[in-house]
Design a protein around this ligand. Structure first.
Ligand code: SF4
Ligand code: SF4
Ligand code: SF4
Length: 312
């Protein structure tokens, strides 16, 4: 691996030659807006919000997929870039419910953040908007298709675990949407409620139901904790309000681990001061269950006994 030196917004930076322009900008503390980019996921460059102006290149380039090169001169906020970003954001808002006042995601929604940053507003128009397809079948996830911007992060993160791959794109053009299995509700689908899709969704299209409606983002504090269910320790955050723990949210899978419901429920039990009942899926239906059952502790003595006997 070698190094290259380039200029970004008139600042010189030397970085490893396998980085992208977006990653090099991060080293300078420059945040290039992006909705579909996630450093942990395959790069698809579909939202195109991360476009930048590269000297000598007549077309704007997506910074998430453009590798750095020696002597490159990049402008992340040129007039041309800002004009294009505004157009992209306006198109997204034109097809989005004007719901920020009550949306659970407000305050941490990337669409809202960038619309504010580039002064793009909801506007009246007679064109169609995305249909409201709300899935309330899961006690763990609230799915609101009208707020989906089709960034595909949920599809990519779910597909990272080979036996899950629950989510996919369906239909075409204006009707394109995200579906679970063959357009099932989350309850009917083979979704295991790991919530890794919720953790990466940039908007209010996927919401953690158990950690919701506990307060607005600015009234809450979050503390990072590691799951103690197995050795790998996936990342969760404990949500606090007035020093009381009011919820636990999945944040990131641990190295080589997928994130799982059992881990989240164990973390809830450990940290949450006001815990909700657990649910499990049985024959395609969510049913309320006991904590012993949810954490697979039923008959634990017999299970340990069997395990020990197998070893000898
Ligand atoms: S998802 Fe974001 S932009 Fe949409 S209503 Fe909620 S906060 Fe507003
Ligand atoms: S909760 Fe997990 S299994 Fe279910 S759709 Fe999301 S990522 Fe896939
Ligand atoms: S549900 Fe969220 S993560 Fe999935 S495509 Fe829509 S906006 Fe992106």
């Amino acid at each position: 691996m070698g190094y290259v030196t380039l200029m970004i917004d008139d600042q010189k930076v030397t970085v490893a030659d396998n980085l992208t322009v977006l990653q090099a900008a991060e080293k300078l503390g420059i945040e290039i807006p992006a909705l579909c980019y996630d450093p942990e996921l395959e790069i698809v460059s579909s939202c195109r919000l991360c476009i930048v102006d590269i000297k000598g290149n007549p077309k704007l380039q997506t910074s998430c997929s453009t590798p750095v090169s020696e002597g490159m001169v990049v402008y992340t906020e040129s007039e041309k870039v800002i004009k294009m970003r505004k157009t992209i954001l306006q198109l997204l808002l034109d097809n989005h419910p004007n719901d920020c006042l009550t949306c659970q995601k407000a305050g941490e929604c990337l669409l809202q953040k960038y619309a504010y940053r580039y002064d793009v507003k909801f506007r009246e128009h007679s064109g169609e908007r995305r249909k409201e397809i709300i899935d309330t079948s899961s006690p763990y996830i609230l799915r609101d298709g009208s707020k989906c911007i089709l960034c595909g992060k949920c599809v990519r993160t779910c597909a990272e675990v080979s036996d899950r791959q629950v989510l996919s794109f369906a239909e075409r053009g204006f009707d394109t949407r995200i579906v679970a299995d063959a357009d099932f509700s989350l309850e009917e689908s083979k979704c295991v409620s790991c919530n890794r899709c919720v953790a990466v969704c940039p908007t209010g299209a996927l919401i953690d139901r158990r950690a919701s409606f506990k307060g607005r983002v600015w009234e809450l504090d979050a503390k990072d904790v590691k799951c103690k269910s197995c050795d790998y320790g996936c990342d969760f955050e404990v949500i606090k309000r007035d020093k009381k723990s009011v919820g636990v949210r999945a944040k990131k899978p641990g190295e080589g681990r997928p994130l799982c419901l059992k881990g989240r429920l164990t973390t809830e039990l450990l940290y949450n001061d006001n815990i909700d009942k657990p649910y499990k899926k049985q024959d395609g239906r969510f049913i309320e269950t006991s904590w012993n059952d949810a954490l697979e502790l039923t008959d634990i003595i017999e299970k340990i006994d069997l395990f020990e006997r197998k070893k000898v």
